[in-house]
Design a protein around this ligand. Sequence first.
Ligand SMILES: Cc1cc2nc3c(=O)[nH]c(=O)nc-3n(C[C@H](O)[C@H](O)[C@H](O)COP(=O)(O)O)c2cc1C
Length: 390
Amino acid sequence: MTPQEYMQDFDSRYPATADLRQRAYKRMPKFAFEYLDGGCNEDVNRDKNMADIQQVELEPRYLTPPPAYDITTTLFGEQYDAPFGVAPVGLQGLMWPNSPVILARAARRHNIPFILSTVTTASIETIARETDGKAWFQLYYPAEQEILFDIMDRTKANGYKVFVALADVPTFGYRPRDIRNGLAMPPKMTAANILQMFMNPQWAFKSLIHGKPNFESLVKYMGGKMNLRQLGKFMDQTFNGRLDLEKLKILRDRWDGKLVVKGIVNEADCEEVIQLGIDGIIVSNHGGRQLDAGQSTIVPLANLAAKYKDKLTIMMDSGIRSGPDIARTLASGADFTFMGRPFMYSVGALGKRGGNHAMAMMKRQLQQVLEQLGCPNVEQLPEYLIQDND
Ligand SMILES: Cc1cc2nc3c(=O)[nH]c(=O)nc-3n(C[C@H](O)[C@H](O)[C@H](O)COP(=O)(O)O)c2cc1C
């Protein structure tokens, strides 16, 4: 897609993630917006992610400009139109009806990766169709091996090439808003939540069209219809264990495509995954939704990239909100970036145009940064990083 083509998706009324967030806030039911927007505990880690990325500085060179600027990149042998993708997000259809399909379609159109979460509201099969088999799959490791193997067989049969094992949810995050709103496991449909749905007519209308959201990839393991309480119990029983080396080894032995671990933030874990022959990591703290006392992701990213970049592919998410942030992250050593909330804000703000708009916006912003720096391509961004000389 050329810049002229992708800019057709751009809506000039919402040129920044902050605009999209504000409009999403107005259009989504309160419990859904708070589930999306919130961090854990006091939101320290969520906010630090954004603030620390913004500290990274780049230095422009004006007088020897390259002939052209190119934001495309290659990752795991696949050519993408931009160095960012859609991070896996659970329960998407609850936040905005049909949102996983909206985002998967947009990712296909903009030729960037979309990662499907195990616990979102579209199935492995649907998303494979929407993306021509180009999506990645993120696994919450199930307690039963039969379910694990079936999920792996389905992802393989449907052409998924990259399998992502999630490491950073050994326990449910402590999220005060969700607890207040009854979104803990098992979920409760409180009178307040039902009222909020009806106060957001667009959301309620689209929900009527698309039906009640469900964990579509998991329906076949549920054994019939479940009420909310039963569903909570099923989810609790099925996804109760932490990822460990033994489980990762099972995945490595069985998955012959690219295998990525998401949530790695320290050297010891990174060395373990290298030993196991893992192809890449996503340095992530789940968008600050798990450990409020943790570091922002840009800090371990720089360290891990400096040490291990020649051993495996290093990607990052958590706190990226703009083209300059993508450039800052790549300049700090990442091979690729992902975003969670920005794309969902955009769907909350603009409905089915939301995915396309956010992707066009990020591409435009990143292109501007390269042009301003005089940097010909995203691989050369580290040359423009201002090193901290302390
Ligand atoms: C509402 C919400 C749900 C999420 N659900 C999942 C999930 O099911 N699986 C997963 O691996 N990560 C999940 N994440 C984490 C994202 O993949 C990603 O790491 C995070 O959103 C990045 O931070 P950002 O939102 O600041 O971009 C979720 C994040 C949010 C905001």
